[in-house]
Design a protein around this ligand. Structure first.
Ligand SMILES: [Zn+2]
Ligand SMILES: [Zn+2]
Length: 270
């Protein structure tokens, strides 16, 4: 069964990814306006009309900015846990087609097996997701040469034991590398309280946090690791590339750095 994954954009200014497994097409987060999401999907030959669902990680604007506009697409199922859904619905004019799941649960949605688990971040009930192609799991294709599973792990203040357990169960890993401590310290845009929040145990992972997690993972099964949710002001893709270079030389997986989108840089970082 075909499995296709594209990051439409990921930074502190906006996050959204497209995943297709068989005939199932979903977005992971919707952190750009519906108009922009429509254009981004069209740029990869997809469309909002053909989309089946959106999976929301948490209620921060850089993950849900498009929900208001997406409410005009009533066929779209919006997956979230209860606290996240309640908080978001209060802000919206139209009722969304919520599909509520319990944090920590696994369930089947069309061609996908979806798992979610809690992560430490300053939101109501933030989660990370794992998506597996149902057919591949059923047929035992876990060592297939093509990817059939994905983990989306961004917006977390530190690496929990649960994250350590889950991280190496997938072919494609999206992991946050949000900030470089020195650049965050020097930043003149953010007040001290925001810097403290970003560095806190309910903030974001630094480049070094992400590096440690990847380097301590024994016998990684990943085919590709995407370093994502980079801060436009407090990180630098070149520095990330330099820091992680020893890993990509040592292992067989491909390492991709998702540069913050220039068009989205002026939005509020959360
Ligand atoms: Zn967040
Ligand atoms: Zn975020």
């Amino acid at each position: 069964m075909s499995f296709e994954f594209k990051i439409l954009g990921s930074s502190s200014s906006g996050n959204a990814s497209f995943l297709r497994c068989g005939n199932t097409r979903v977005l992971i987060d919707a952190g750009f306006s519906a108009k922009k999401l429509k254009a981004l999907l069209e740029s990869i030959g997809e469309s909002l009309d053909a989309l089946d669902a959106v999976f929301i990680t948490h209620e921060h604007a850089d993950h849900v900015a498009g929900l208001q506009g997406l409410s005009t697409y009533p066929h779209l199922k919006i997956f979230a846990n209860l606290q996240t859904a309640q908080c978001l619905q209060e802000r919206l004019k139209r009722k969304l087609s919520w599909q509520i799941f319990e944090t920590g649960s696994s369930f089947i949605f069309q061609d996908l097996i979806v798992e979610n688990f809690p992560i430490p971040h300053d939101a109501y009930d933030p989660v990370a997701y794992i998506f597996r192609c149902q057919k591949a799991v059923a047929e035992g294709l876990l060592s297939s040469p093509k990817p059939t599973s994905l983990a989306w792990i961004t917006d977390l203040g530190y690496v929990t034991e649960l994250v350590r357990q889950k991280v190496n169960t997938v072919d494609l890993l999206v992991l946050e590398a949000n900030y470089e401590p020195e650049l965050l310290e020097k930043d003149t845009v953010r007040p001290f309280s925001v810097k403290q929040r970003i560095r806190s145990r309910h903030g974001h992972l630094s480049n070094q946090d992400a590096y440690q997690l990847l380097s301590e993972t024994v016998d990684p099964r990943w085919k590709e690791v995407f370093l994502a949710h980079l801060s436009a002001h407090c990180n630098d893709p070149q520095r990330v590339a330099g820091l992680f270079a020893p890993l990509s030389q040592k292992h067989e997986y491909r390492l991709s750095i998702v540069a913050p989108s220039a068009q989205a840089m002026n939005l509020v970082a959360v």
